[in-house]
Design a protein around this ligand. Structure first.
Ligand SMILES: *[C@@H]1O[C@H](CO)[C@@H](O)[C@H](O)[C@H]1NC(C)=O
Ligand SMILES: *[C@@H]1O[C@H](CO)[C@@H](O)[C@H](O)[C@H]1NC(C)=O
Ligand SMILES: *[C@@H]1O[C@H](CO)[C@@H](O)[C@H](O)[C@H]1NC(C)=O
Ligand SMILES: CC(=O)N[C@H]1CO[C@H](CO)[C@@H](O)[C@@H]1O
Length: 481
């Protein structure tokens, strides 16, 4: 027998032995779970594939504002390198000025695994953090910022995209291959430091309950929305089907000169109000803690959005503020479906009853909430948003693709954490929907809207959590325009 053939034969025998061994070690329970996962994945892919993008009449999306370069590091390695110790008194700070405050703030968000983003009002400290990150093994650089990430995702999904933001010449050149950039290049682009951690990471006594990130930045361009003028001047010619606003959390706790923030938001408000009726407006929420900023957004920006996107932290925060209560800094990072749906209904109702009044903006017709375990979208019946079921499936698949860092979903790196059935409300006697593997997206109608809920195949081998919401929201929007 030729040696090559022998080698092949031998190889086959070895792999057969490996397969047999693997089978030997597998428990029947695992097999059932795997089969379930496979079915859910196949069904979600089918639901996603039901509708596509028309390549001859691509959706046109304009997105503001800003962008940055992200430096992504392992948070614990970075803190250890700088000798920043866990704090025994976890405290939430609106912004960060000292290493001690950073430690207290990180100690507050890390154990529950809640996403958080803070302004650093100390250049020395911020530069020290970034310099240490640059030499930390395993660090990587990426294009960041809500608007830029959403722009990239929408372009990738086949849309024509106009992006308002200021980047270095090099990044502008790279971006320009896919999206039209409105905003002059800058020499010193804003940097965001993304401190990631996996589930079960340990820092002193603290252990993270889920994978997430803590972001710090010290932006100079983004808070001023300084690409707005260039963006506005190109908007008329671009004629978008959809106008997306995100990245406004960069204004949170930024030391503006008296009156500047108000002036910029007023300008943005006028821009949104002058959008054509046929242009949908989507506002992507973020981690806001500055109550006066949030109130300004509530009066200047949100009323002119047809659609809102947010995560499980941002939803209760916005709701609380709308009900005249305090900002909620930290909420349950793993809420149940019933809880989130109740909050979504309440938000939808509150916003729309307010907007019915003359001069209070347009009706809210779409609300997308992304959580770790599931995606939920509410769309007003008869509105122009299409394909809600497929959009929810796509959002769910994108969550896995993003966090695992791969467009191909590997079922061995995924798990379902949503229960076998869920109650559609916390109200007693509410209907329960049991989750069908072959039809994982559940959609039903209530009042004047449709709700769709899809489970997420949660990625168990985390590559990156930051930017997840943006990628997911963008993926949800793309099939609905
Ligand atoms: C800013 O950070 C540096 C480095 O941690 C620190 O030495 C300095 O005291 C901080 N400044 C203020 C005003 O807190
Ligand atoms: C847009 O809608 C508003 C309010 O419904 C209406 O007054 C206005 O005429 C519309 N504009 C166009 C160009 O259709
Ligand atoms: C909640 O509101 C009260 C009164 O307006 C204020 O004193 C308090 O600091 C607020 N708490 C938080 C966490 O913002
Ligand atoms: C952080 C980030 O940008 N993640 C992904 C979002 O989607 C784009 C476009 O598909 C990917 O290239 C990014 O890796």
């Amino acid at each position: 027998m030729a040696p090559a053939l022998l080698a092949v034969r031998y190889g086959t025998l070895v792999s057969l032995a490996v397969v047999l061994l693997a089978l030997w070690y597998r428990s029947p329970v695992e097999d059932v779970l795997d089969e379930r996962l496979h079915k859910v994945l196949t069904s979600l892919l089918r639901a996603e594939g039901k509708v596509g993008i028309d390549n001859f009449d691509k959706p046109r999306v304009a997105i503001g504002f800003g962008g940055c370069v992200d430096i992504v590091v392992d948070s614990i390695k970075l803190l250890n390198k700088l000798g920043i110790r866990p704090s025994l008194s976890p405290i939430h700070h609106d912004y960060i000025q000292t290493e001690e405050q950073l430690s207290q703030s990180f100690s507050y968000f890390f154990p529950p695994g809640a996403a958080s983003e803070r302004y650093v009002a100390n250049n020395t400290l911020f530069n020290k953090l970034v310099d240490a990150s640059k030499t930390l093994p395993g660090n990587r650089w990426a294009l960041g910022g809500n608007a830029a990430v959403m722009a990239k995702r929408l372009a990738f999904e086949g849309c024509d995209v106009l992006l308002g933001g200021r980047f270095s010449q090099q990044i502008t050149d790279i971006l320009s291959e896919h999206v039209l950039v409105a905003g002059k290049p800058v020499d010193d682009p804003d940097i965001h430091l993304i401190m990631e951690y996996p589930t079960g990471a340990q820092w002193g006594e603290y252990i993270s309950r889920r994978a997430n990130r803590y972001i710090v930045h010290s932006d100079k361009h983004n808070p001023l929305l300084d690409s707005m003028e260039d963006f506005e001047s190109q908007l008329q010619d671009f004629k978008p089907d959809l106008l997306v606003v995100g990245g406004l959390q960069m204004m949170d706790n930024f030391p503006f000169q008296e009156g500047v923030r108000g002036t910029r938001l007023k300008k943005l408000s006028n821009l949104l109000q002058s959008a054509e009726n046929s242009t949908g407006v989507h506002f992507e929420m973020a981690s806001f803690v500055d109550e006066s900023l949030m109130n300004e957004l509530l009066s200047q920006v949100m009323p002119y959005a047809d659609s809102l996107g947010m995560n499980e932290q941002e939803l209760p925060n916005l709701l609380s503020l709308l009900k005249g209560k305090n900002i909620t800094v930290l909420s349950d990072p793993n809420p149940r479906v019933a809880t989130v749906l109740d909050q979504m209904r309440e938000l939808y109702r509150l916003v729309n009853s307010e907007r019915k009044l003359p001069g209070k903006g347009k009706p809210l017709t779409r609300l997308h909430v992304h959580t770790l375990a599931f995606q939920a979208i509410i769309v007003t019946l008869g509105s122009s948003w299409k394909n809600t079921m497929s959009a929810t499936a796509k959002a769910s698949l994108t969550a896995n693709r993003h966090v695992c860092g791969s467009p191909h979903i590997n079922p061995t790196k995924a798990k379902l954490i949503m229960d076998d059935s869920f109650s559609i409300s916390r109200q007693e006697g509410s209907q329960r929907i049991s989750f069908q593997e072959t039809r994982p997206v559940s959609c039903w109608e209530e009042a004047d809207y449709e709700i769709c809920v899809a489970p997420v195949l949660v990625c168990t081998d985390v590559y990156q959590t930051a930017g997840g919401g943006d990628n997911i929201s963008a993926a949800g929007l793309v099939l609905q325009i």
